[in-house]
Design a protein around this ligand. Structure first.
Ligand code: ZN
Ligand code: FE
Length: 257
């Protein structure tokens, strides 16, 4: 089974899994890159996963569904403008031999879900949409800091070897902020060099490794003393409450240039 990131728009990735002539795509905001890949590689599309309702994740679904008759899965707690099987926390489904588990990860949107699977003989796969990015996390458009922290905790508890398939190439700008939060984090400094080299060759920084995200992503490190100290320096009114630290870290990032 092969995992392929199809670039879309300016910084989206539509993740594609290929297996024995069949393809599954995640969050096809645009049908064109998917249709082109299928034609060039002579594959049939039979499954579409959607993480949340935003247009850059759903815009190509109706057309692909119509063209291929592909089965579509999506969040039970959101409304999507096409027919799909609604999923929520704990529900499973299969694509061939691969079993997918659904996780509720509200925060970026109210009903955002993520998909986790463990392909035989390969590292686990996490399709997390706009919840977790490498070095960052999604903006809180519909959910609260408490919800997002809880969602990220749920993702952080998955196996460290998991391949984190984020929906945007935001890594370098996220890492710039991460360094402002944790200037003394050596693993973070190494990772910046690694990602800069990838981007200078126009290669994706994704999928990310979950274990590394735990070491470098400030939004997964809001209980670390260094992060707490930095947040309190930015927002002296922040209390020790972990959701409060998380909320102020997110506010800090929102306006960081
Ligand atoms: Zn989004
Ligand atoms: Fe998005």
């Amino acid at each position: 089974m092969n995992l392929i990131p199809l670039p879309a728009f300016s910084d989206n990735y539509i993740w594609l899994l290929q297996h024995q002539g069949l393809a599954l795509v995640v969050d096809p905001g645009d049908s064109t890159p998917v249709s082109e890949w299928l034609a060039e590689n002579n594959h049939k599309l039979d499954c579409i996963l959607v993480t949340h309702h935003h247009g850059d994740h759903t815009g190509g679904v109706a057309r692909l569904q119509q063209e291929w008759g592909a089965k579509v899965y999506g969040p039970a707690k959101e409304h999507l403008p096409f027919e799909y099987q609604a999923l929520q926390q704990g529900q499973h489904f299969s694509w061939g031999d691969l079993n997918f588990q659904t996780l509720d990860v509200p925060g970026h949107t109210a009903g955002h879900i993520a998909y986790f699977a463990e392909p035989a003989g390969q590292e686990p796969l996490l399709f997390c949409g706009d919840t977790l990015f490498s070095g960052g996390c999604g903006r809180l458009f519909e959910g609260t800091a408490v919800q997002m922290l809880d969602s990220l905790d749920r993702l952080a508890a998955l196996p460290g070897t998991s391949r984190v398939c984020c929906a945007h190439e935001y890594t370098l700008s996220n890492l710039k902020f991460a360094r402002a939060v944790e200037p003394d984090n050596l693993k973070l400094q190494d990772y910046v060099v690694h990602c800069q080299s990838l981007r200078s060759q126009n290669l994706p920084t994704l999928p990310a490794k979950l274990a590394r995200e735990l070491e470098i992503n400030p939004f997964l490190r809001t209980r670390s003393p260094d992060v707490i100290r930095a947040v309190k320096h930015f927002a002296p009114q922040a209390t020790d409450n972990e959701a409060d630290i998380f909320a102020h870290l997110r506010i800090w990032k929102n306006d960081y240039k």
